[in-house]
Ligand binder design. Structure first.
Ligand code: SER
Length: 313
């Protein structure tokens, strides 16, 4: 297969670490350059660049040196971390995206960039949130996602950049711990449950949010990037959905498999979660590039517990 020269930024993060594995399988580890601001573990399978993406010169040198043709630009501060340091969230999330888009024009790069359900706000319709709707987020993370979506669309229309994006729901996985998100409570519930430890949830028991198992998020990312450009009608970011649940429902489902105790102590994460949709209408993604998730709620819980209990099977 032809060498693809793919760069993944934020490659040691929750999504990056699994996307690199999937890209290695789809292309080959030789085709995938991984980068992050931390160093990878010993035995890491890919060539690695220690890279701060807020430094445009370093990023350009990397793209030039490795003849990069495609970037998955995953670097981002998430919602809770972003509220603790809004200036840094803007600088990292938007500053680096602007640099990537400018370099995409110069080097004719194809780009993937993640948006989020956080791009919606308290006055967005909460149930089956449509593709095109009111977007007035109240977190800095959400502000960077709306601004980023518009920037992507602008670079597509003005310069013809092939930049594709998904509004990820909360993503749950067992391989790498997430960091700094509001939907992360769901990940922590699983990690605590398999260790037989009680969990204190930072959201109220009835907070319903859209969620997805990691494998479906990776599948969606690869499918969107492989879709013929002429089929795509959205150049901001596609709504994407699998299932929604509340902490109480997840607790009940996990408890069908093993004994598990959860108490609720909502904190500063609660108003963030309250500003987001309950469920998402992803019919445009289904129509344009045949999106369809493979995991429903109960299959996802079963698979998460199985892998967390026996990671090497
Ligand atoms: N999972 C993200 C967060 O909770 C939302 O995109 O911040």
């Amino acid at each position: 297969m032809a060498k693809s020269n793919i760069l993944v930024t934020g490659s040691l993060g929750q999504i990056g670490s699994e996307l690199v594995t999937a890209l290695n399988q789809k292309f080959s580890p030789d085709a995938v350059l991984s980068s992050d601001i931390q160093t990878p573990p010993a035995g890491y399978p890919n060539e690695f660049a220690l890279l701060d993406v807020t430094d445009p010169e370093k990023l350009e040198n990397c793209i030039h040196k490795h003849s990069i043709t495609t970037i998955y630009h995953l670097v981002s501060l998430l919602s809770a971390t972003g509220e603790k340091d809004p200036q840094k969230a803007w600088q990292v999330n938007i500053g680096s995206l602007k640099t990537v888009l400018d370099l995409a024009v110069k080097y004719h790069l194809k780009v993937f960039w993640p948006s989020s359900i956080a791009a919606f706000g308290p006055n967005t319709p909460k149930d089956q949130t449509p593709q095109d709707t009111i977007m007035q987020p109240t977190t800095m993370y959400g502000v960077t996602k709306v601004a980023g979506e518009l920037l992507c669309q602008y670079y597509h229309q003005k310069y013809g950049v092939d930049i594709r994006s998904l509004r990820y729901p909360g993503i749950i996985s067992w391989k790498t711990e997430p960091g700094g998100g509001t939907t992360d409570y769901a990940n922590y519930m699983f990690f605590k449950a398999v260790k037989n430890e009680a969990y204190v949830c930072f959201l109220s028991k009835d907070t319903q949010l859209p969620m997805m198992y990691m494998d479906d998020a990776i599948k969606a990312t690869l499918d969107l990037m492989a879709a013929p450009a002429e089929k795509l009608t959205v150049w901001t970011s596609y709504n994407l959905s699998a299932f929604s649940f509340t902490p109480e429902r997840l607790h009940a489902e996990i408890s069908r498999h093993l004994p598990f105790s959860v108490t609720y102590s909502p904190d500063f994460h609660q108003p963030i979660a309250d500003s987001w949709p309950h469920s998402i209408d992803d019919s445009v993604a289904r129509r344009d590039w045949n999106w369809s998730p493979e995991y429903n709620f109960s299959r996802f819980v079963t698979v998460m517990l199985k892998f967390l209990k026996s990671p090497h099977v």
